[in-house]
Design a protein around this ligand. Sequence first.
Ligand SMILES: [Fe+2]
Ligand SMILES: [Fe+2]
Length: 306
Amino acid sequence: MSSFEDVLAADRRIEPRDAVPDAYRSTMVRQIAQHAHSEIIGMQPEGYWITRAPSLRRKAILLAKVQDEAGHGLYLYSAAETLGVDRDDLTERLIDGRQKYSSIFNYPTLSYADVGVIGWLVDGAAICNQVPLCRSSYGPYARAMIRICKEESFHQRQGYELLLTMMGGTAAQRAQVQDAVDRWWWPSLMMFGPPDADSPNTARSMAWRIKRHTNDELRQRFVDMTVPQAERLGVTLPDPELRWNPGRGRHDFGTPDWDELKRVISGGGPCNAERIERRRRAHEDGAWVREAALAHAARRQEGETG
Ligand SMILES: [Fe+2]
Ligand SMILES: [Fe+2]
């Protein structure tokens, strides 16, 4: 049997029964749980628009997308459970604020253009973050991420397609798209986390091959990918410092408001309280389903053994 270090050095995957340092296990649990919570909480800002979709086609697309996010949450809670934690316990930790979820889902969705912009920018940023995680050192997480990334790429395209349609519509629709881009651009850049200089755990996560790139590298990749898409769409990204730098062969861009990120992560965003309250109610409303499933499983087992 090879040791933890050998597996990492050979760039192979760590599996559930392998012996790992406690800090690796707790880092992995924290990261996977935070990711799972983000998928589930992330259903709320868009879920609001399902009953308000402008056409049957848009409703079917949005419904499929939001259901995908529920599925992502379930794969990830299952991956977390292979590390010896319990999903109910993780949900409790989310609801009482001991575990976090992505800052992005604490912003409100004000018009249907927000659905498009979330698909384009938020799912786009998620793809940049998650594609390298398909090679993350923890096997169950890496494998979950492969399927998740395929679905995220559908999410990004449906968002972009919606925006292209709106940009070909009326002046009022184009203004709605631009307004949504103005509101979501900076929070999307914050999805990659604090700047590298202020991200003390990055080095260890990279040594453990949980992460493959730093926050700033991924943020840069996202900006470079998104600028030509914005041009094609005909929207302006709200950053006066954004320009191509031929020397670097990349775009230069302005600095996100890191105080805002800290505030939103620690509960002070526009929708934090509402998101958690909604999640708490949904968890309570679902208690009878969990109880019935457990009673059913217990009775079946009795039938088999007795
Ligand atoms: Fe997702
Ligand atoms: Fe998504």
